[in-house]
Design a protein around this ligand. Structure first.
Ligand code: 5GP
Ligand code: MN
Length: 345
């Protein structure tokens, strides 16, 4: 039996299913979880989505959002643990490095459930029984769509599922702008729109529901917290805990900020350093021929895609940005000119 047939066999009879994703889920993470959840519910499974943390309110419109259990919420954690313990199948979507489940990891680790990993990130760890993985995919939602089609269930994708999957593809391609926006992406989104995905509405719900605090925060960050190193083709934002507090920042408010740095003419590497309770969270972005994932992995305990990576630091905010500036100088040649990095997929 092929792995795909075996997967089909596992989901052919009703099971207790848990679906999870990475800490601080984005639209692709939550969209793939709820898209898959709504599909499995139609197959008759008992499905619980457990997220390792909360997620931005601009994702709350997705069907099934109300039933999602947030592992970091003390009121929801006991039920989340119980659901993981009794699950027969666990889906891990939009991550390939188990550490990204944070506090949920030991429970998923201990579970004897049949584990499924659907993802599009580099360097996957071998932790699942069935892996549906491709870095050629722009989004995990694209792979979830393909997986459902490949097991012969395309006819079961309804408007709610299509809405969830569309959201992940739209955001992970940066609104169909990044180099990962392939012909396949357009073909799949066309299918999703045909099924009923409300593309205009989803775009408004995700991109155009800012609070005034968030807009003021973005204005403040651009005028006061942006460092431009024009000679190094690099620009970065440095956001302290105090800054976040001043604008009553909510989960998701820093999303996309790093792109303003990358949008500057002559800038090919951008970063966002955010001071959080548990250390400094870093986002890296680059233009298409510059790879930041190796840089993130080597120096900031992170990784990700060639043009969009992340990492962390336990140094202070000032020390972290100092270290970053030194490393950009040291790695200038390899980042911007070395052929093996330039041509890496
Ligand atoms: P973001 O900057 O949006 O948080 O993350 C961009 C991409 O970088 C994510 O899609 C993910 O692939 C990757 N990423 C972010 N944080 C980490 C991390 O701590 N470790 C690894 N391996 N990848 C990360
Ligand atoms: Mn993704």
């Amino acid at each position: 039996m092929s792995e795909l047939e075996l997967f089909k066999h596992h989901i052919s009879s009703p099971q207790k299913v848990v679906i999870t994703t990475h800490h601080k889920p984005d639209a692709d993470a939550l969209g793939s979880c709820l898209g898959m959840a709504n599909f499995l519910l139609k197959l008759g499974h008992e499905v619980t989505v457990v997220t390792p943390s909360d997620y931005p309110s601009f994702l709350h419109w997705m069907k099934g959002n109300e039933e999602v259990l947030n592992f970091e919420d003390p009121k929801e954690q006991p039920l989340a643990i119980e659901k993981v313990k009794e699950a027969g199948i666990i889906f891990c979507l939009d991550f390939s490095c188990p550490k990204r489940m944070h506090g949920l990891l030991p429970y998923v680790d201990k579970s004897k459930a049949y584990k499924v990993n659907v993802d599009h990130h580099q360097d996957p760890k071998d932790f699942a029984d069935f892996r549906y993985w491709s870095t050629a995919a722009a989004a995990t939602c694209e792979l979830v769509y393909e997986l459902i089609v490949n097991i012969g269930c395309k006819h079961m994708i309804d408007k709610d599922i299509a809405d969830c999957l569309y959201a992940g593809i739209m955001t992970d391609t940066g609104g169909f702008r990044h180099p990962n926006t392939t012909k396949n992406v357009h073909l799949i989104t066309a299918e999703l729109i045909d099924i009923g995905a409300d593309n205009t509405k989803i775009s408004r719900l995700i991109y155009d529901t800012n609070s005034i605090n968030r807009l003021k925060f973005i204005g403040f960050a651009i005028t006061r917290r942006l460092v431009i190193l024009q000679d190094l083709k690099t620009a970065y934002f440095k956001i302290s805990k105090k800054d976040l507090k001043k604008f009553d920042s909510q989960t998701g408010d820093t999303e996309g900020l790093v792109n303003y740095a990358l949008s500057l003419d002559g800038i090919h590497v951008a970063a966002l350093f955010t001071e959080r309770e548990d250390g400094i969270k870093i986002s890296f972005r680059s233009t298409d021929d510059v790879a930041v994932n190796k840089f993130a992995a080597e120096y900031f305990d992170g990784g990700g895609h060639k043009n969009a990576s992340g990492g962390k630091s336990q140094l202070s905010l000032d020390e972290t940005t100092e270290k970053f500036e030194i490393l950009i100088k040291q790695n200038y040649t390899s980042l911007f000119t070395q052929p093996e990095l330039v041509h890496e997929k």
